[in-house]
Unconditional design. Structure first.
Length: 591
């Protein structure tokens, strides 16, 4: 049963009351919502009325208004947010602003599940005209949710940690709803009733179809061909057997839960189509497994991410977190499918450093985190590689436990941490005089304190941990665009890659020898440093010195989420691929 907790009936009524005037704004943005691509998915074709209904239900359930979000779940979310929440600036009433609220939601999903929730990307401003129609519709969600939350405390300004838990629970519920709709479609395609329980062989067939739909998105013809030809399916998805083992593991997880929950076990037996002596699986069971797949798929894919990062680090002997574009493409020419993004696409993703006179360079952590490496891309969220900077941020937040810190405090904390030199080795962090001076400079611009949630501190962290922490671009200058969403050639031609490779006349040994006596300053390794600050939280409300007034306007905007299943692109670009089945002609690859 749900708990009304502190929201009370007024907030529940607010969900209904706000929809009395809110639909007009949503419908106005729904023009052209159905995509032009052939074979559009359910999620892409959902209309505004269905979207409103799902949002209303999800928000109601998050607020405990007769839904399934329990007080225990909300408390679990709060516990996960506490360390981050302590470091966010608060107003005189102990509340945070909208930017901080959305930052918490972004970090929660990114750290827990390696999910990047659409609309919460730190680099994307609210006015971005390149958003897809589904995201334009979803952009109405933040205002609606914030109005509902504000109705809980109309005499106070800002949001508390329980409000952040409501936001997370709302997103979880919307994702849950979208999974359910796709699963219902698969049941319908296979002429199965959602009221019937099935044996494990049938369950595996259902889950196999779900995975193919999830990864292939709106390529209905490709889905049909793959599901009708087992041999072709295994060829199109290399190491398909490993994906099968992953699914079996999710089923085993459900079985373990059943054994420790007699009530659930009883419900899963004796249903129509089931056998009292054989495990049977209801629609709710299958839905629970699907939810586990969404949350844990990034860990399954992480081996691929690790292999990519290992390859890039081998091309970075000077430990700058950067790889010359010539070496990047030289490796891409020899690879089956990796490192083939075009120069313009790398630039849009924020993975290209063009400031160094030594030539264009690919920024390792920005590239690993780029949308082109997200294994699943839906209109709601992306399943991406784990962000190696999150554990570093968490350790700093736990050690500081405040929105700001003195430079000496940060230096003492960070110098006791370790940095990656290879996937097997870590070394103590080395902070030279230049980096120490930069930290002092950041503090001087902020009254002697360094704001932890500012672009300049994140930039400083990037140069301290160049292989783990992405370079933080200014808001609106880069976009996390999936390959099939990019307006241009996202894959470099063989001629372009060869032209870049031919400019590289040095090998690793030669480069190391040439730079053995060079200081990092001479290598221009910090050429990308920018003095422009952007604060991603409401520091202006804090009593402090002469804060510089640079604030992100409209970051972490647009809450995602429609209520159906969506456009999914799978895999990574391959320079030359003849596989017509996979979306945007990319080849799937499992390790």
């Amino acid at each position: 049963m749900s708990s009304l907790s502190s929201c009370g009936k007024s907030a529940c009524f607010a969900v209904l009351a706000l929809f009395s005037f809110y639909p007009a704004a949503v419908v106005a943005s729904a023009d052209g919502f159905a995509p032009e691509r052939k074979g559009a998915s359910l999620r892409a074709s959902v209309d505004a009325a269905a979207f409103e209904s799902e949002l209303q239900n999800a928000m109601g359930e998050a607020l405990g208004c007769g839904g399934h979000v329990t007080e225990e779940r909300l408390q679990d979310i709060e516990n996960s947010l506490k360390s981050m929440h302590r470091t966010l600036p608060k107003n005189s009433q102990g509340r945070m602003d909208r930017r901080s609220l959305r930052h918490l939601a972004h970090r929660f999903f990114n750290e827990k599940f390696s999910l990047v929730v659409r609309g919460f990307e730190p680099s994307r401003p609210v006015s971005d005209a390149n958003w897809g129609n589904a995201e334009i519709l979803s952009a109405r969600v933040p205002g609606f949710v914030e109005k509902v939350l504000e109705s809980r405390h109309s005499n106070e300004r800002g949001f508390d940690i329980r409000d952040a838990a409501y936001v997370v629970a709302t997103i979880e519920q919307l994702i849950f709803d979208s999974e359910s709709i796709l699963l219902e479609k698969i049941y319908k395609d296979q002429r199965k009733s959602v009221q019937t329980a099935f044996s494990q062989p049938v369950l595996r067939k259902i889950l196999e179809a779900y995975i193919v739909h999830w990864l292939m998105g709106d390529d209905q013809e490709g889905i049909r061909i793959l599901l009708s030809n087992r041999t072709l399916l295994e060829t199109a998805f290399p190491n398909w057997d490993l994906l099968g083992h992953f699914v079996v593991g999710q089923i085993s997880g459900l079985e373990y839960e059943r054994q420790h929950s007699p009530v659930r076990a009883a419900k899963s037996h004796g249903l129509a189509g089931g056998n009292a002596l054989e495990a049977s699986y209801s629609f709710d069971d299958v839905h629970a497994i699907v939810g586990g797949i969404t949350k844990s798929f990034a860990s399954f894919w992480e081996s691929e991410c690790i292999e990519m990062k290992d390859t890039l680090m081998s091309m970075d002997p000077l430990h700058t977190g950067r790889v010359p574009l010539s070496k990047f493409y030289g490796t891409g020419l020899d690879s089956e499918w990796r490192f083939g993004e075009s120069e313009s696409y790398l630039r849009e993703l924020g993975a290209l450093d063009e400031t160094n006179q030594r030539g264009k360079q690919v920024i390792i952590p920005n590239y690993i985190q780029a949308a082109s490496n997200c294994i699943v891309t839906t209109s709601h969220y992306m399943v991406c590689c784990a962000n190696d900077c999150n554990p570093i941020l968490s350790e700093i937040e736990a050690g500081i436990a405040a929105p700001t810190a003195e430079p000496a405090q940060l230096l003492a904390l960070v110098q006791n941490m370790s940095s990656v030199t290879s996937l097997e080795d870590e070394v103590p962090v080395a902070i030279d005089a230049t980096l120490s001076a930069q930290l002092e400079s950041i503090a001087a611009a902020h009254g002697g304190q360094v704001p932890l949630h500012g672009r300049l501190f994140l930039q400083w962290l990037h140069y301290v941990f160049p292989r783990e922490c992405p370079f933080p671009h200014k808001t609106g200058t880069v976009v996390q665009t999936a390959p099939h969403e990019y307006n241009g050639d996202y894959v470099a031609t063989v001629e372009e890659m060869k032209a870049h490779k031919e400019t590289d006349v040095t090998d690793v040994a030669t480069e190391l020898s040439a730079n053995a006596t060079m200081a990092k300053e001479e290598m221009q390794w910090m050429s990308q440093w920018s003095e422009e600050e952007e604060l991603i939280a409401g520091y202006e409300g804090l009593p402090s010195g002469s804060w510089r007034k640079f604030f992100i306007a409209g970051s972490f905007v647009a809450f995602l989420l429609c209520s159906a299943a969506g456009v999914v692109s799978f895999g990574r670009p391959k320079a030359e691929s003849s596989n017509f089945l996979l979306p945007t002609h990319r080849k799937a690859h499992f390790v």
